[in-house]
Design a protein around this ligand. Sequence first.
Ligand code: DGL
Length: 274
Amino acid sequence: MEDIKYAPIGVFDSGVGGLTVAREIMRQIPEERIVYFGDTARVPYGSKSKETIIRFSRQIIHFLRTKEVKAVVVACNTASALALETLQPELDIPIIGVVTPGAKVAANTTKNGKIGVIATESTIESHLYTKVIRQHNPRAQVFGKACPLFCPLVEEGWLKDPVTVEVATRYLNPLLETGIDTLVMGCTHYPLLRPVLRQIMGEKVNLVNPAYETARELKELLEQNGLANDGQRPPEGTMHRFYVSDAANKFRQFANTIIPYGVDTTQLVHIEDY
Ligand code: DGL
């Protein structure tokens, strides 16, 4: 059997957004191979119930295990917030989500203890960001705000459009008034809106991208578990693999704007079979 160190990492999301996390993993640990699954048939997750998100996530993890992944990254904030705690004990390989790494860095870097979190409705309602931030900084005040219009705007490609600026201003104004010095971009799509968020929040507010912190923690986790690829690179073109549950062409188009690598080989999966 091939050494587990050379096995790929499974990364999944409700759709294209998790590619911002995959991109960060590719940047920080370029020797690791990724098997990415985007649940494009059942997106969005951000307005669905906990039971549904657990069921979807369990199926996806079953699928990823058929690809013999050595670890799983839940790249979706909503799935991390609603399903990770339930699924972690079911697995005998490491699994991490994006919420804890993002929350920890926000808790540890805020100076005035006022932290904003923007995310989907389900992530905000789970209060997981607040819980983890408080575990690491008990005096922190956390201000959550669901921004449901951001995902469709990003998928439309309106990253700097005046409409996006207007929508973002409405969402963020109440957060600005609280005096936060840190804002967690707690949804996979939001880091793509960083220029608009920066424009509205100003230079003094620290924008936290959980994807960055997750890739950093993943690297540590692989090293601690003796799972890090020690440098053997597979042949070019076989590095990463992409799977979706629907609309592979649309996924490819969007994905190519985020990751200029290998997404042309995206394959369709009947995820309900897993
Ligand atoms: N990937 C989701 C998240 O990070 C956003 C898109 C969705 O609602 O499915 O929460």
